[in-house]
Design a protein around this ligand. Structure first.
Ligand code: NDP
Ligand code: MG
Length: 382
C-alpha cells in the first residue's frame, strides 16, 4: 500500500489521479490532499478516500470542507496547509504534485526532505528552479517520476539504456491554433484558445499549448529530468498526439512511445512503475483507425514563445524563473480578457530581456523574483 499526497486534487490531473486511487484501493491510499476552493468536486470523494490532511486556499473553503466530511481530519488553509501535506510523507509514500504554477516549488522541496518520491506533473517547478530541485534530489536520493506525457514516454524509451543516446525528441500537437499563421492569430478569442484538439486539460496549460510555450517549458523540464544538454533535445510537430515522444540512439535507431492521448496512462505509470497495469476507462490505440501519422519540423518564427523559452533555458540562472512567472501572469491576464493573445509573447519576451540576470539564484531569490516579475508584467501594460 502506497500513501499518496496529492497537490492540486480538484484539477484536471488531480481528478484523474483520484480515479486511479479509487480503481486500485488495495494499492493506494490518499493520505493528504491540497486544492484551492473547489469543494464541490472534492465532496465527491473526501468521505470515501478520507485523507488525514485537507488543505484549501480560503476560510470559506475550509468551512465547506468541515461541513461535508463525516470523519476527523486536519483542515488547513493557504501555504501552510500545502506545506503540511508535503511534510506528511512517510516511507514508500509518493507526492503527486499537480498544482498549477510555481506555487508547487516550495512543497516539492519540502516533500523531498521527507524521503518520499515525487511524481511531478507541475512542470513550472522544474522550470523556475530546476537547479534547486536537482540539487535536493542528489542530497535526498528520492526519485523524480515524470507525469507529463512526453517525459513519461522519454523515461520509458530510456529504460535500460546503457549509453549511446543521440537525442531526445519531444512531440508537439501544435495546440488549438496549429493551422493558423501568425497573422491569423490577431484577435483570436479565449474560447477559441481553450479549444485544444487532442487533450482536455486545465486552462493555463491549454493556453500554453496554443502559444507553444508549453513545449518550451517541456524542453526545460526534459533538460533537468534527464540531465540532457539543450543541444540534444529536439521537438517535432505531430498533430495526432499518438507518438508521445521518442529517443534517438547513436546507431540511428529511434524508440517511440505510442498510445491514445489519455493522461491517466502516464499518471498511473508514475505510481505503479515498472508495472504497466490496466488504466480505468482507457481506450486502446487502433493504429489502423489513425491511418497515417504526420510530422513537421518546428518553426520558431511561428511559435515565438517556444523560442523564448528554449533561449531562457539555455541562459539558465534566473532567466527560466522570470520566463515562467511572466508567462503565468500574462496567461492569467489573457484569460481575464485584459490582453490579446499575441501580447502574451511580447510581455514574456520583454520580462526576460529586461531582468537583472543572476547565474545561480538561491531559493529566496527565486521566490522574490517570481513575485517581482508578476508585478513588473502588470507594470508593462500601464
Ligand atoms: P488545473 O488548473 O486543472 O488544476 C490546478 C489544481 O491546483 C486545482 O486543484 C486547483 O484548485 C489547485 N491549486 C491552484 N492553486 C493552488 C494553490 N496555491 N495551492 C493548492 N492548490 C492549488 O491544472 P492541470 O491539472 O491542468 O495542471 C496541473 C499541472 O500539471 C500544471 O503544472 C500543468 O502544466 C501540468 N500538466 C497538466 C496536464 C493536463 O493534462 N492537465 C498535462 C501535463 C502536465 P481549485 O481548482 O480547487 O481552486
Ligand atoms: Mg506534455
Amino acid at each position: 500500500m502506497r500513501g499518496i499526497h496529492l497537490l492540486g486534487a480538484t484539477g484536471s490531473i488531480g481528478e484523474q489521479t483520484i480515479d486511479i486511487i479509487r480503481h486500485y484501493p488495495e494499492s493506494f491510499s490518499l493520505r493528504s490532499a491540497a486544492f484551492g476552493t473547489n469543494t464541490e468536486k472534492a465532496a465527491g470523494w473526501l468521505n470515501e478516500l478520507r485523507p488525514e490532511i485537507i488543505s484549501v486556499q480560503t476560510e470559506k473553503a475550509a468551512a465547506d470542507v468541515s461541513a461535508v466530511i463525516d470523519y476527523k481530519a486536519d483542515i488547513l488553509i493557504g501555504r501552510e496547509g500545502v506545506m503540511a501535506c508535503a511534510a506528511a510523507g512517510g516511507e514508500g509514500d509518493i507526492l503527486l504534485n499537480a498544482v498549477m504554477g510555481s506555487a508547487g516549488l516550495e512543497p516539492t522541496l519540502k516533500a523531498m526532505e521527507t524521503g518520499m518520491d515525487i511524481a511531478i506533473a507541475n512542470k513550472e517547478t522544474l522550470v523556475a528552479a530546476g537547479h534547486l530541485v536537482m540539487e535536493k534530489q542528489k542530497e535526498t536520493g528520492v526519485k523524480l517520476l515524470p507525469v507529463d506525457s512526453e517525459h513519461s514516454a522519454l523515461w520509458q524509451c530510456l529504460d535500460g539504456e546503457a549509453g549511446g543516446v543521440e537525442q531526445l525528441i519531444l512531440t508537439a500537437s501544435g495546440g488549438s491554433f496549429r493551422d493558423k499563421t501568425r497573422d491569423e492569430l490577431k484577435g483570436v478569442t479565449v474560447k477559441e484558445a481553450l479549444n485544444h484538439p487532442n487533450w482536455s486539460m486545465g486552462a493555463k496549460i491549454t493556453i500554453d499549448s496554443a502559444t507553444m510555450m508549453n513545449k518550451g517549458l517541456e524542453v526545460i523540464e526534459a533538460h533537468w529530468l534527464f540531465q540532457m544538454p539543450y543541444e540534444k533535445i529536439d521537438v517535432v510537430l505531430h498533430k495526432e498526439s499518438i507518438i508521445h515522444s521518442m529517443v534517438e540512439y547513436q546507431d540511428g535507431s529511434i524508440l517511440a512511445h505510442l498510445g491514445t492521448p489519455d493522461m491517466k496512462v502516464p499518471i498511473q505509470y508514475a505510481l505503479t512503475h515498472p508495472r504497466k497495469l490496466a488504466v480505468p476507462g482507457m481506450q486502446r490505440l487502433k493504429l489502423w483507425e489513425a491511418e497515417s501519422l504526420h510530422f513537421q519540423k518546428m518553426n520558431g518564427k511561428r511559435y515565438r514563445a517556444f523560442e523564448t523559452a528554449v533561449e531562457a533555458g539555455k541562459m539558465g540562472g534566473t532567466a527560466p524563473c522570470v520566463l515562467n512567472a511572466a508567462n503565468e501572469q500574462a496567461v492569467a491576464m489573457f484569460l481575464d480578457g485584459r490582453i490579446d493573445f499575441l501580447t502574451i509573447d511580447n510581455l514574456v519576451e520583454h520580462a526576460v530581456e529586461k531582468h537583472e540576470f543572476h547565474a545561480d539564484p538561491a531559493l529566496s531569490h527565486v521566490l522574490s523574483l517570481d513575485q517581482e516579475t508578476r508585478s513588473r508584467v502588470e507594470g508593462f501594460l500601464k
